[in-house]
Design a protein around this ligand. Structure first.
Ligand code: FES
Ligand code: FES
Length: 164
């Protein structure tokens, strides 16, 4: 019996403000396409099951686990990966607070925290802790990551502006 081949499709993805044409299988995850087709290896494969958050990217500004999203679902949406963030307050805060060790989870945490400080500029401890539950770090204390988020929120408040 011959197994029918599912044809690939050509789609345009807006990644880090740049339109990229890619040819993908309908079943390809966004994570696979970002890493293996576009060479953007910042989003990391961890569990590939939606549990660890190491693959987090932003879709229209909201954190999304790219291992459980199909690339074809991302058409017509703005995709931001860690490669698209440059010198942002949360990146600097991670450095200042030593909020990483091996760094494997860090791109995912930074994308998630970047969204948090933009979407919830008034976040309290409970909101921060709940937001961070979507990402797993095996080697840094969460306190340093929380401290990085708090330092950005506090700076935004004292400056009277929010980071976008
Ligand atoms: S690799 Fe996507 S959530 Fe773990
Ligand atoms: S810094 Fe190593 S897993 Fe988070």
């Amino acid at each position: 019996m011959t197994i029918p081949r599912i044809p690939k499709v050509s789609i345009d993805l807006l990644v880090n403000n740049e339109m990229r044409n890619v040819v993908v299988r309908p079943s390809d995850t966004l994570l696979r396409v970002l890493r293996e087709v576009l060479g953007l290896t910042g989003a990391k494969p961890g569990c590939e099951n939606g549990d660890c958050g190491s693959c987090t990217v932003l879709i229209d500004g909201w954190p999304m686990k790219s291992c459980i999203m199909l690339a074809v679902e991302a058409v017509n949406q703005q995709i931001t990966t860690i490669e698209g963030l440059k010198d942002t307050p949360i990146q600097n805060a991670f450095l200042e607070q030593w909020a990483f060790q091996c760094g494997y989870c860090t791109p995912g945490f930074i994308m998630n925290c970047h969204a948090l400080v933009n979407i919830h500029p008034d976040a309290n401890d409970k909101v921060i802790q709940e937001w961070l539950e979507s990402n797993i770090c095996r080697c840094t204390g969460y306190e340093e990551i929380e401290a990085a988020v708090k330092s950005v929120l506090s700076k935004q408040r004292s400056d009277g502006r929010y980071s976008h």
